[in-house]
Design a binder for this molecule. Sequence first.
Ligand SMILES: Cc1cc2nc3c(=O)[nH]c(=O)nc-3n(C[C@H](O)[C@H](O)[C@H](O)COP(=O)(O)O)c2cc1C
Length: 354
Amino acid sequence: MAVELRESWSIGPVEVPTRVVLAPMAGVSVQAFRRQGRRYGAGLVCSEMVSCAGIEHRNEKTLGYLRVGADEHPLAIQIFGSEPAAMAEAARMVEAAGADVVDMNFGCPVKKVTKTGAGAHLLEDTALAFRITEAVAAAVSVPVSVKMRRGVEDGSRACLELGPRLVDAGAAALTLHPRSAKQMYTGYADHTLTAELVSLVDVPVIASGDVTSRERAHAVLASTGASAVMVGRGAQGNPWAIREIVLGDAEQPSREEVAAELIVFIRETVRELGERRASGFLKKFYGWYLGHGRFPRPFKNELVQLSATDEVVTRLLAAAPGAAAIVERLEAELPDPEGETLLEGMPISIYGGG
Ligand SMILES: Cc1cc2nc3c(=O)[nH]c(=O)nc-3n(C[C@H](O)[C@H](O)[C@H](O)COP(=O)(O)O)c2cc1C
């Protein structure tokens, strides 16, 4: 029997209204992305990984600081690090900033992260992973979750040993992206491991990896018994994929809708990161939004060449004049920025992955 994607489920006391979770993606999951994900039906959204290195006074390369808006909840904020005390302190700050769930990254395969003992390193250091989880779970009153890969080496089954230990340590949910750290994003996510993990623990498991359609979401939920699927790359520049997965509404967006969503995304990201950072950061999104045969390729190439985001907006409005009214409606629905919380002291890492 097909699992109803619009059914709610819970992580501890936190109710998640649909079975689709928007993935944490460094360099992607800015506030505009999370907001848009919620609007299109994601039941839970996640921040990019924020570093507790800021707390440890290390010199971390960063993209800025996290902003949390009233319309993002339920929101998981992801932290990473390797020191139990620093992670506990980070978790308290994240909770104070409004996280409904504190998520920990035990899957990032990027060397800059693993060599510090964080990310995927923890998949093979069960004792440290246990201590971190225990310290973080004890530090906050919101539920704590952990996002893992299957292990470091190809074929590893480390997640099956570690997962139940993390639940003993206090994890209220687990996310599994069943690729090895070595694999990065090659090959495919082996969700037979997700099914095994589900059978070993009594907390909800979120299945991450290669879910890009409603059909695939149903297949993964049915074959694994996971509580939810997580969607990452499939939602880049494509919130309509989330709508299709959650609601089965496969209607392609009009050019006006695409241009309007991109314009709102650009404006919000400039507000969050500032024009200088945002103009470079946003370029990859132009291809993601305008692809799928929505706009001709030369138009996308033209936008990427522009340095000021204002100019990009002007070109989009010229190409799809009907977008202006949609932008106005979308912007009117945004909550008052006065109500936002800024998570200072914990930089967003540019070295993400998981
Ligand atoms: C650009 C990019 C950045 C990512 N950053 C993070 C991250 O910061 N934390 C994390 O746990 N996973 C991160 N991931 C992994 C995703 O959350 C997800 O597990 C993975 O992409 C597989 O799902 P997908 O096939 O739906 O993309 C990242 C993935 C991508 C593509």
